[in-house]
Design a protein around this ligand. Structure first.
Ligand code: 5GP
Ligand code: MG
Length: 196
């Protein structure tokens, strides 16, 4: 697995420091509220991030999972987002402070769908935390309230993020070697040398 890595963009120490900072910011805000907190990780990508983050939030909370599919199979280009698993329809969100947690804000399709779905159920408040955000990109008007790192527009893996289901268990954020994408039959020929 490690030999497929071209370069590490964010190492374990930086990830850990930044996640702690974010947890501090989030704690500052949510500890003031009387209403209970509902943390909503968007699976599978947010799995590692949310596990590290939530253990540093000393706040009474519940967890509600959502799953959205946007990169089917061996693809590095977003194909639009579909909700695969939503919050329990019996769960009353009015009176809950909802925080969505996702791995990365790219086109904004995924978070847009999730934010709209939750907003229709009128929670007491709704915010979003992402580990990564691709800069110089149009996020389709979608905003995140807490952002770990701004990164360049290239396809990254690790710390929960996958390519074709693999590399989620890498402890850092990395870019794969061109061969690794090509081996999976993914085209990297888009003119600017970047994998999409
Ligand atoms: P969006 O819907 O904003 O385009 O993309 C959000 C979702 O696409 C993320 O939750 C993530 O699952 C996936 N995604 C976007 N960019 C990347 C990337 O660079 N690497 C990986 N592994 N997944 C990405
Ligand atoms: Mg995702």
């Amino acid at each position: 697995m490690e030999r497929d890595i071209e370069r590490v963009i964010i190492d374990e120490a930086r990830l850990s420091d930044r996640v702690s900072e974010l947890a501090g910011e989030i704690t500052q805000r949510y500890q003031r509220f009387d209403e209970p907190m509902l943390l909503v990780p968007v699976l599978n990508g947010a799995l590692v991030f949310v596990a590290d983050l939530m253990r540093q939030l000393p706040i009474k909370m519940r967890l509600g999972m959502m799953a959205v599919s946007s990169y089917p199979g061996q693809s590095t280009a977003s194909k639009g987002a579909t909700i695969k698993r939503s919050l329990d329809s019996n769960l009353e969100l009015r009176g809950l402070r909802v925080l969505i947690v996702d791995d990365i804000l790219d086109t904004g399709n995924t978070l847009g769908v999730v934010q709209r779905e939750i907003a229709t159920r009128e929670p007491a408040s709704l915010e979003t935390a992402v580990l990564l955000r691709k800069t110089d990109k149009d996020h389709g008007g979608v905003k995140a309230d807490y952002v770990g790192f701004d990164i360049a527009d290239e396809f990254v893996v690790g710390y929960g993020l996958d390519f074709d289901g693999h590399y989620r268990n890498l402890p850092h954020i990395a870019v794969l070697k061109r061969e690794a994408y090509e081996r999976a039959g993914c085209s990297t020929e888009d003119g600017d040398g970047r994998v999409r």
